[in-house]
Design a binder for this molecule. Structure first.
Ligand code: SF4
Ligand code: SF4
Ligand code: SF4
Length: 320
């Protein structure tokens, strides 16, 4: 494993090469990824291949930094004061967890394979659920799902109330205070900023390019394509390596499919968990629960609260 790759030099070379290929129209960049409305795109992540070089993390930062928040300070005082300030603007360099300024990070797990201790590294970001509760339960319609399956939060509409995070089984979206619509509407009473997460480089995909993290990876850890093809590839790979799949059924199915040589229960025990560090255990379908218990409230502003309550009651060992 080559742990000594210079992330910055690799990134620059790879992105420059990719840009050149794209500009020249030479085969290699996949124009088939341009959104044609024909179905959801998914990614396959082969955990065995990841060397933890973080070129993908840096590529995500460089590609998407123009979408990052630039908060106004001092922040308005909030009433009630239980709405906490979340300020990452002075910690933009943090890369070991998800933040409003870091939408992808590398999780580390030391596990035993064939009796030998091995470290696996796992790229983590939004799972892009097939039926995303963050989208369906956002009280303000700020979270949207595109026809190609990408879920994204519109920073121009979001009030930072965190319902998307409350109903996300992996607590993915991260809030930055002092930015967004609430400052113009009710700076002391509503929301507290804007929620941020991986938008799967929707703008690059719309141009027929692959997401930056996929493009730059030296080990081709990720593959992107139509969900049914990705699921078929994941099963073939899992069969070949006698491995395990995560994401096909979690939360009713996601558009991020991991294949691992060790059971995900083992990986989940081995990774550090907590805010901004999502788990890897089995996850029931949050929307099925929400539909059963709060069907009449789905489009109501309180639907997010209901679903969060359901999650709280059902969830066991979330941060264990
Ligand atoms: S996914 Fe690729 S770019 Fe990211 S850490 Fe793993 S090997 Fe490096
Ligand atoms: S993982 Fe969470 S934030 Fe991402 S689409 Fe699913 S519910 Fe939404
Ligand atoms: S798909 Fe784009 S936004 Fe999402 S983690 Fe990769 S580079 Fe970042």
């Amino acid at each position: 494993m080559n742990q000594k790759i210079s992330r910055r030099s690799f990134l620059k070379g790879s992105l420059a090469a990719a840009a050149g290929v794209a500009a020249s129209g030479v085969p290699g960049v996949k124009p088939a990824l341009a959104s044609d409305g024909s179905g959801q795109l998914a990614t396959l992540i082969d955990i065995r291949k990841c060397i933890g070089c973080e070129a993908c993390v840096e590529a995500c930062n460089e590609t998407n930094s123009r979408k990052y928040p630039e908060p106004k300070k001092p922040f308005p005082k909030m009433y009630p004061s239980r709405v906490k300030v979340s300020d990452w603007s002075e910690k933009r360099g943090v890369t070991e967890r998800l933040t409003p300024y870091n939408w992808l990070f590398i999780q580390h797990a030391t596990v035993s394979i064939d009796g030998k201790k091995t470290e696996l590294t796992i790229p983590r970001r939004c799972m892009h659920c097939v039926n995303p509760p963050c989208v369906k339960l956002c009280p303000w319609g700020a979270a949207k799902q595109l026809k190609n399956g990408i879920s994204r939060i519109d920073a121009g509409i979001c009030l930072g109330g965190s319902k998307c995070k409350d109903v996300c089984p992996w607590d993915i979206p991260q809030r930055q205070t002092g930015v967004g619509l609430y400052l113009d509407l009710m700076p002391s009473l509503a929301g507290n900023g804007v929620m941020f997460k991986c938008d799967r480089c929707y703008d690059r995909i719309a141009r027929g390019e692959t997401p930056a993290c996929i493009e730059v990876c030296p080990e081709e850890v990720q593959t992107i394509g139509p969900r049914d093809e990705i699921i078929a590839k994941a099963h073939a790979l899992a069969k070949e390596i006698n491995g395990y799949i995560y994401g096909e059924t979690e939360n009713g199915g996601t558009n991020t499919i991991y294949v691992s040589p060790v059971p995900f229960e083992e990986l989940n025990k081995a990774v550090a968990k907590g805010d901004g560090k999502p788990r890897l255990d089995r996850v029931p379908d949050a929307m099925a629960e929400a539909n059963n218990l709060a069907a009449a409230m789905i489009i109501a502003p309180f639907a997010g609260v209901a679903a969060a309550a359901v999650k709280f009651m059902k969830r066991t060992g979330k941060n264990a």
